[in-house]
Design a protein around this ligand. Structure first.
Ligand code: FES
Length: 176
């Protein structure tokens, strides 16, 4: 599915700020993902054309970063850190709890496509684990009770067509 004209325009406007189109790649991927929910090969090729890059270079970046989704599924994607510091703070138990709460295993989406649960490598917030990324927002010092409240809130949150999923704040804050 081709990008909407508004998205194409936004990507061109972002690219115009830089001397080289590839400098705009990350924000361009966000624009496309915000519109389409995930990044298909067709979309990546379109972005490559807009930025004067090769499709393979665009695909390499989109595949490297866990915040970009190559497959559709999950309006709300929970990316829970499973690396050592978070694991020592209870990430594994938290992931099991979330699997039970959502009725899916890590790596899967709920049948209605609303939620996806992923276990990812270090999110760079090791001092406040367990940590989860939801959209572009970090949730720190998570407990089963905190993730329950986040999931429950998102169960009824509206999902406007064609827009990125709304976010909620958790009570957990990074430690200083
Ligand atoms: S180990 Fe979890 S954020 Fe670094």
């Amino acid at each position: 599915m081709p990008l909407l004209p508004e998205s194409t325009q936004r990507i061109r406007a972002i690219a115009a700020r830089y001397p080289h189109g590839q400098s705009a790649l990350i924000p361009a991927l966000y624009v496309a993902q915000g519109e389409q929910g995930s990044l298909s090969d067709e979309t990546l090729a379109e972005i490559a054309g807009l930025l004067g890059m090769t499709p393979v270079d665009v695909k390499a970046v989109a595949s490297f970063y866990t915040m970009f989704y190559r497959q559709p599924g999950g309006k709300f994607v929970f990316q829970v850190c499973g690396t050592l510091s978070c694991a020592l703070c209870g990430a594994e138990e938290l992931i099991r709890h979330m699997e039970e709460k959502l009725g899916i295993r890590a790596g899967q989406s709920t049948p209605d496509g609303r939620f996806k649960l992923e276990v990812v490598e270090c999110l760079g917030a090791c001092g406040s684990g367990p940590v989860m990324l939801l959209g572009d927002r970090y949730h720190h010092n998570l407990t089963p009770e905190l993730v329950d409240s986040i999931i429950d809130e998102l169960k009824t949150a509206p999902l406007p067509e064609g827009l990125p999923a709304p976010q909620v704040e958790s009570a957990g804050k990074p430690e200083r």
